[in-house]
Design a binder for this molecule. Sequence first.
Ligand code: MG
Length: 363
Amino acid sequence: MKITRIRIFKMDIARTDVFTIATMKLEKAENVLIGIETDEGLTGWGEASPFHALVGETQRIDLAVAQELRELLLGKNPLELADRVGEMDAFLPHNPTIKSAFDMALYDIAAQAAGMPLYQFLGGTRRPLETDFTISIGRVEEAGEKARQVVEKGFRIIKIKVGISDTEDYRRVEAIRQTVGDALRIRVDANQGWDRMQAVANLNRLAEFDIEFCEQPCRVADVQGLKYVSAHSPIPIMADESVFSPVDALRLVEQDVVPYFNIKLSKSGGLYRALQIAHIAEAGSRKCMVGCMSESRLGLTATAHLGAASPVFQFFDLDSFFEHAEDPVIGGVQVKDGFIHLPEEPGLGARPDETFLKRCEEL
Ligand code: MG
């Protein structure tokens, strides 16, 4: 099989609400869509959702890099996943988000060729994928009402973004816990917003609200700080921005830094490396979450297939499209009462809507 054509689309999706975290603000999703076609009539799809402050990529960077990767991959066999991923990494050591869109499209083709839905192609099984719903940083007065709306939609897990103001973080988490009662699970994410002493103080104060875990309290550069916080926090710590690659995962296991990893295709460079991280986590007796950026249901479907691939995934943060004003995807995952349901057709099982594609700029 040979790759005969690679299509690159600028994919903008309006949001119903501005998404604010400690390190950046997102007014709309500025993504990139990749379509890979083969001489055997199969087409694979992939999506990149670059978060510049976390990954160092923007839509414009990704559109430029995508054209370089297209030249690299044209004419090659899409089924040789290890070689194709190795070539992309050798050509460009960074840029994991745009590489993940190519990796996703290659896996889509490979799973279609095998006649299996992607989760099965990855060796997984249908397992319950209960996702959280993220409440981003906002006004204390509105936090309770936001949480009430999330509960009304049937979700039982809430992830709260924190990390800008210690006092307001405390009051927002307090308001949300008071609104939802004891039955719901609450997790928090500081997105590197704290130094190590501030993190330990904040986590000790937040512990009264029964928090499941806290993502990324400290800056990426402060690995020993993360370890210090993990040792001194009553709330378990999950590495997110600190684990992009399999090498990062190895280091965190070897240095016994944290019990949990958040794996995202946009950080790992796609499914191939994400699975390597999952295997390292499993060997190191760590538990993982699958997470997302602001992908449409297309990119999110690939992440959900990954979540079903291994029991090492115990936590699911699959809410990237919940606040998108538009849903330009045919097939793909469905959400019901907080659970994500995977499609059953071979491959990814999701493709862009043709009418939407016609509106997108193609490069
Ligand atoms: Mg996070």
